[in-house]
Unconditional design. Structure first.
Length: 69
């Protein structure tokens, strides 16, 4: 798997984990902290992706991945 695919796959994993935390059975502060950590990591990954494809395309990719859910 090349670097771009790895980053995009991790974005998908992070978003899916956040989605599960939001709509799953967990609740409270731990849930909030977990979701925030996932979205913080997605922002880091988008910045990493930007080094390969540019800032605008990286964030468009992030948004498209999130809209797939």
């Amino acid at each position: 798997m090349d670097e771009l695919q790895r980053i995009i796959s991790e974005i998908d994993d992070q978003y899916n984990a956040a989605w599960q935390a939001l709509y799953g059975t967990s609740q409270g502060t731990a849930q909030h902290n977990f979701i925030n950590a996932r979205f913080d990591r997605m922002a880091e990954l988008a910045d990493e992706l930007a080094t390969h494809i540019g800032h605008e395309d990286a964030y468009l990719t992030l948004i498209k991945r999130m809209e797939k859910r």
